[in-house]
Design a protein. Structure first.
Lengths: 77, 148, 148, 77
């Protein structure tokens, strides 16, 4: 199982701060596609991802137990 | 709640500027620069009632710490401390404080400004603005500009 | 002794940073920059025991006020406050505090750095350094460099 | 009478924080020369002057009652 974290506007759109995805090994792109399949109205174009708190690329591998965060454009400071 | 990693903190209570300054004090410092980001009332002519900040806390703390390491590499003689507040903030409340000490002032200014730029680039913290006719999560400030 | 002209002061007691910050607070400010000039122990490898600052007080106050006016002309949206301490200062004591608030951070950094540069150019204040083997009035810092 | 203010190293060299000069109208240069006549060992080359708290040139006029300050290179901040 992979844990998907959601933040800010994305969290409100989806109505949850995290999701679970059943996979033992997949790519970040597959995680994104999974979310888009379940929530087709959500726009992930500006969202970047982090795997285990480190920025990641779409081709990066994810294994069971990893935490994938979906990060809308940040606005701290 | 106060998750902190010595010099880098995310807190949900009022930031006390003096405490952050104390964290960078050194007998070798001739200059300390402090940046205080506050909630202002008007943004693009619109009156803000209050803000809400949300963080991916563990990663935000990690990224703040990384910014500190970047600064140490670029300006080795500096000391840096950063605290960001999350939760509900009212007008004039302090959202972030960056303190940098250095033997010489030039580095203290440069490193401080570098820190706020990097925070806006890589630290997973988000701001929601509340007006009397609605609210909105703010994104992409570096491009679309709001508070810089 | 505290001769002050609202936002610009020369004092012979400890500077409280928070007080100077309060003087520039505004609901329109999204950024406050603070410069704190402190007495550092080593200058060019020499160990300072303490310093003494002397001012031509009335003129120094006038020049600080002029610097504030210059900043208002260059960066109209800013608020500026400057306090300089005189008399005997120990290591780590604060000699000068400059606070600038502004809607946007770029101006707050620029105006703050401008203020310290101008202080070193035109404000009649002098520093005497005391070491264990002597003492010396420091002059011409902008060229010969010591604390910048 | 003109009041001459001395600061920092200059004050210590001369051993006074102010001097008086008897003149009803003269120039800043004349005030400088007066001080150099009384204290020939003093070096005024780096000293700038202020008349009534405003930076002045050597040719500027000074009248009785004015305050002329001799300012060594400053080191505040």
């Amino acid at each position: 199982m992979i844990k998907i974290l959601l933040f800010a506007g994305l969290q409100e759109e989806i109505g949850a701060d995290s999701l679970m995805m059943d996979c033992t090994e997949c790519t970040v792109l597959e995680v994104k596609k999974y979310v888009l399949t379940k929530f087709p109205l959500v726009d992930l174009q500006q969202v970047i991802t982090a795997v285990n708190e480190e920025f990641s690329q779409e081709e990066d591998k994810v294994i069971s137990g990893d935490v994938v965060a979906f990060l809308p454009p940040v606005s701290g400071g | 709640m106060k998750s902190h990693n010595e010099l880098f903190s995310i807190i949900d209570t009022r930031i006390v500027v003096e405490e952050i300054i104390q964290q960078v004090k050194s007998v070798n410092a001739g200059a300390v620069t402090v940046f205080i980001g506050t909630v202002r009332e008007l943004t693009n002519g619109k009156r803000t009632l209050y803000l809400e900040y949300q963080a991916y806390e563990s990663m935000a703390l990690k990224k703040l710490t990384e910014i500190g390491e970047e600064i140490k590499r670029k300006w080795p003689a500096t000391n840096v401390a950063i605290t960001h507040r999350i939760g509900k903030l009212e007008i004039s409340d302090i959202a972030v404080v960056i303190a940098v000490s250095s033997p010489h002032r030039r580095e203290a200014y440069e490193a401080n400004e570098y820190a706020i730029e990097r925070i806006k680039e890589i630290v997973p913290i988000w701001k929601k603005e509340f007006w009397d006719d609605g609210s909105k999560w703010i994104g992409n400030q570096l491009q679309t500009n709001s508070y810089e």
